[in-house]
Write a protein that binds this ligand. Sequence first.
Ligand SMILES: O=P(O)(O)OP(=O)(O)OP(=O)(O)OC[C@H]1O[C@@H](n2cnc3c(O)ncnc32)[C@H](O)[C@@H]1O
Ligand SMILES: [Mg+2]
Length: 199
Amino acid sequence: MSAPRRFTGDTLVIASHNKGKVREIADLLGPYVATFTAAGELGLPEPEETGTTFIANAELKAKAAAAAGHVALADDSGLVVPALNGDPGIYSARWAGPAKDFAMAMRKVEDGLAGKADRSAYFVCALSLAWPDGHVETVEGRCHGTLVWPPRGPHGFGYDPMFLPDAHELTFGEMDPARKHEMSHRADAFRQLVERCFR
Ligand SMILES: O=P(O)(O)OP(=O)(O)OP(=O)(O)OC[C@H]1O[C@@H](n2cnc3c(O)ncnc32)[C@H](O)[C@@H]1O
Ligand SMILES: [Mg+2]
């Protein structure tokens, strides 16, 4: 296996159009990168997510943004529910529809769980760092928990209000962002990426 490539520039493009994610990525990488620009601010389009895995979609989004000339970081993430055969999984954003209605998406998850004993779930986050020459470095992080109903808490984004991480009493929606960053799937992936590319 070849040695990982390190990030040596000072500007990083965050190849995401999700404000919640962009905020979390900037928090998590803040100590290592001088300047961030979000793909939306550069007018980069949102590529179609045609991959069948989190990793494939993270790589496709990072490569599409890096082709514009700067090192780019993409995140493909989602909520995997074993009792729903892994749904919504890579379709987590699509379950909320064009209006990004996560109250509706969470209800759809809850409806699917009706009568099922297994309420376990985990979040996955694949992070891919791509260079304009096509090189990519990719990692994947996870966070395990259970799903609660009704959803609780004003913080975070997406499915956070119904996700209770293992061994905790507050949902991601109830936790301060700093607490979520101690245990989230995104934090797990970032620990690996920082080790590979940013230290
Ligand atoms: O593709 P980009 O532009 O980055 O933005 P997106 O929102 O479409 O992102 P994804 O395709 O990766 O879809 C992931 C969805 O999974 C959900 N998700 C991911 N991480 C989450 C987290 O930390 N908390 C709650 N929901 C999360 C959230 O609803 C996201 O919209
Ligand atoms: Mg997306």
